[in-house]
Design a protein around this ligand. Structure first.
Ligand code: F2R
Ligand code: MG
Ligand code: MG
Length: 306
């Protein structure tokens, strides 16, 4: 297997592993890391949550439609929710799904949320990783697609830019010559909202201190995109390997499944599938590998045709 195809698999499987490891800790203030590890080690099967469901549906939609199709993506999200509403979805987003299933145009349903302000939840960011695979190695296209896929459910600028940060992070982590300063420079160019810029400005100081309590207070650990996306980046940039990245994310508590899923996607890109512990126990393993391989083959064909 080539290095890049291993990284593609790492993104899809890493999302699910981060999500599944964080799932029992979601909502906890300070999860006990020993308990998390004991659960993960003993479990024969690690179930995922809405984060991975939506990641799978997003990838399936891009592949089936040959690119972004908002109506198809919205319908796949809504049908997946209808089939398994117990996956731990955000409290507001089912309103979008119900509207889509009633036949309302998806863009109107998403824009109407929160009195017309749109959602700034991290739902657009938690599922965006396949966008970086679809668009690879084109960064501009990664940003454009991240914005479009987020807007299917999240139209608030913070919800949209959260997805951009996560997609740009995965894009950089896929590169063999990954460099933190290049990633941060691209994020600086892509992010305009005050709420997310403030969090990015605190990141270097948090990495330097390497103190969970401080990082949690400075960067946040909850469902708003600006309380979780840069937090996942902190977990990635402070880590030495995949396991370290996911455990650093999950032990911050709060929205642990989602911070774990985002850190897991980027760490999977950085260190690859073969470096992911517990990968064979995670729910949907074969389907996730299959999706990653289909996305890789497409990119490989495009690169060879050039
Ligand atoms: N929500 C959860 N987990 C908590 C409940 C789990 C479950 N019920 C259980 O106990 O088993 N997890 C999942 O939701 C997060 C992603 O949420 P998403 O997709 O962004 O949804 P939503 O509803 O759009 O936004 C989430 C919350 O953010 C606040 N919010 C968003 N925009 C707002 C705005 N404009 N004004 C005010 N508040 C806004 C609201 O509180 C929303 O409910 C992930 O953690 C995923 O794992
Ligand atoms: Mg979840
Ligand atoms: Mg969550």
């Amino acid at each position: 297997m080539t290095d890049l195809s291993d990284r593609f698999r790492g993104v899809m499987v890493g999302t699910a592993v981060g999500d599944a490891v964080g799932r029992p800790a979601e909502g906890r203030r300070s999860p006990d890391l020993a308990r998390v590890l004991s659960y993960v080690t003993r479990a024969e099967f690690l179930p995922y949550t809405d984060d991975t469901v939506m990641t799978i549906e997003l990838a399936e939609s891009l592949i089936a439609c040959g690119g972004f199709d908002g109506a198809d993506m919205a319908r796949r999200f809504a049908l997946a929710w209808k089939a398994e509403p117990w996956r731990g979805y955000g409290s507001n987003i089912p309103k979008v799904f119900k509207a889509v299933l009633r036949g309302e145009p998806w863009a109107e349903a998403a824009a109407r949320q929160f009195d017309g302000g749109g959602s700034f939840g991290n739902g657009g960011a938690m599922r965006v990783a396949p966008v970086a695979l679809w668009a690879y190695p084109d960064l501009e296209e990664t940003v454009r697609l991240a914005e479009m896929t987020a807007r299917v459910t999240h139209t608030h600028p913070v919800g949209v830019e959260g997805a951009v940060i996560q997609a740009v992070t995965v894009h950089h982590a896929l590169r063999k010559d990954f460099a933190t300063d290049r990633l941060l420079a691209d994020l600086d160019r892509s992010v305009t909202t005050d709420r997310l810029r403030r969090k990015l400005e605190r990141l270097p100081e948090c990495l330097e201190r390497n103190d969970d309590v401080y990082a949690k207070q400075a960067l946040g650990n909850w469902v708003a995109a600006d309380d979780s996306v840069v937090t996942a980046l902190y977990a990635l940039l402070g880590a030495s390997d995949f396991e370290d990245a996911v455990l650093r994310a999950v032990r911050l508590g709060g929205d642990a499944d989602t911070i774990g899923a985002m850190a897991g996607a980027a760490a999977g890109a950085r260190w690859g599938y073969e470096a992911i512990p517990w990968r064979h126990k995670v729910e949907g393993h074969d389907r996730l590998v299959g999706l990653a391989d289909r996305l890789f083959r497409r990119v490989q064909e495009n690169l060879e045709a050039k």
